[in-house]
Design a protein around this ligand. Sequence first.
Ligand code: ATP
Length: 254
Amino acid sequence: MLELDGFTLAGRVGPVSGEFRAGALTLLIGPNGSGKSSLLAGAAGLVEGEGRVRLLGKDLHGFDLSELARQRAMLAQQASLPQGLRGYELLALAAEPVGGVSEAVCVAMAGLGAPLGLDGLYARHVNQLSGGEQQRLLIARTLLQVDPGVNPDGALLLLDEPLAGLDWQHQLATLRLLRRYADLGLAVVASIHDINLACQYADEIWCLHRGRLAARGGPEVITPELIAEVFGVAVRLLEQDGARLLLPDTEAGC
Ligand SMILES: Nc1ncnc2c1ncn2[C@@H]1O[C@H](COP(=O)(O)OP(=O)(O)OP(=O)(O)O)[C@@H](O)[C@H]1O
């Protein structure tokens, strides 16, 4: 789906090679400054680096902006909200690349409303919402843009720290929605800081360290040794009923 071949942004990330696969939820982890946002921006075609980035086999920089807006959606880390808009107007913006608000858009919005708790937010001015409420609307806008029921060209979903500022209920709801969009056939990629949630929900985890991939694979690649090397913290691994949990090792002084 989205192939990176030696992608590099000098001083920020790379070289990184690999593929974000259709139907898979890929979660990026790594310390602050390890290159997660830079990699997502490169995958979205928002910055041009060295190496190659191909979406559905075509060089990303061969897409015109409207074509790109139909094929991929990106939630930026500190997305700014247009002033003066109400919640439903913000969501309606997502429908612009696919011809405006239609019945299919309303159906998709209704499907996002319950898990993201949007019903009380549609009529309110977005700049008067709490940080977490704004984030939930921004997540919905991003998902809507490439929702298969709305946009048959939607292929790639990129989200930079979608869980930032969300309470636990909405963190889990968001991860379940990302899982659902991957199951619908999209390539879904998000950066997150909660390593245990990454292990629980990801099909594939990419662990970045100083701009390079330190590990890539299923949850089993995230070991206490890797965490010590990449994050510089001691953790111990608990395994029960197939679940894996990394806990700070308090005896090691953490
Ligand atoms: N616009 C920019 N110009 C130059 N360097 C940048 C720019 N944005 C980020 N960097 C640098 O690139 C490196 C990677 O930053 P990036 O934002 O990709 O990390 P990150 O893993 O997303 O971090 P965080 O977890 O803090 O969000 C850092 O050293 C950062 O200081």
